[in-house]
Write a protein that binds this ligand. Structure first.
Ligand SMILES: [Cu+2]
Length: 171
């Protein structure tokens, strides 16, 4: 889908600082059109991914100075197509990954990067404390309770699912 935005026209106004509105109005339409740009292609999303329901989700509030933190989501898949979550990106971190958490043979807390997580048709994916988390690294800022964070989940079918998650103090 092609989307044309008016915003680039503001660039023309900035470049032409000093020009009167009347002069701007007289600019040939072709010149104006030449300054227009095609906006970024909207991220693809399949009907199956679009149908996913966010049952719950949040980003942990970051203590001062934190360089990484966890986010959690529970998704239900009402459709007949199994889906596979393969990664994510966020507005607040330079790097984000899927992490499984559990206990090692000695009973110690451990975590391990996951390549993907399946969301069965008619089933749920629970990325919740005790089982796993979305790990946000290289924080650009420390999200605080009351804020929201934009998270984009990526799927093996090429879909990108944008979510807005609240920030909560946890545990
Ligand atoms: Cu982790």
């Amino acid at each position: 889908m092609k989307a044309m935005f008016l915003k680039p026209a503001l660039g023309v106004l900035t470049l032409g600082a000093g020009w009167t509105d009347a002069q701007m109005m007289q600019m040939p339409a072709t010149n104006m059109a030449g300054m227009q740009m095609t906006g970024p292609t909207p991220a693809a999303i399949s009907p199956a991914v679009k149908a996913l329901k966010l049952v719950q989700g949040w980003v942990s509030a970051a203590p001062p100075g934190a360089e990484e933190l966890s986010a959690y989501v529970e998704l239900s898949n009402p459709g007949r197509v199994p889906l596979k979550l393969t990664g994510l990106s966020t507005s607040v971190s330079g790097q984000a990954m899927l992490m499984n958490t559990g206990k090692d043979a000695a009973g110690r807390e451990s975590m391990q990067m996951a390549q993907s997580w399946n969301i069965p048709a008619g089933g749920r994916l629970k990325v919740l404390p005790g089982s796993g988390h979305l790990m946000l690294r290289q924080l650009r800022r420390q999200p605080q309770p009351g804020e929201t964070v934009k998270v984009t989940l990526r799927f093996s079918d090429g879909s990108a699912l944008p979510l807005t998650l609240p920030v909560k103090r946890f545990p």
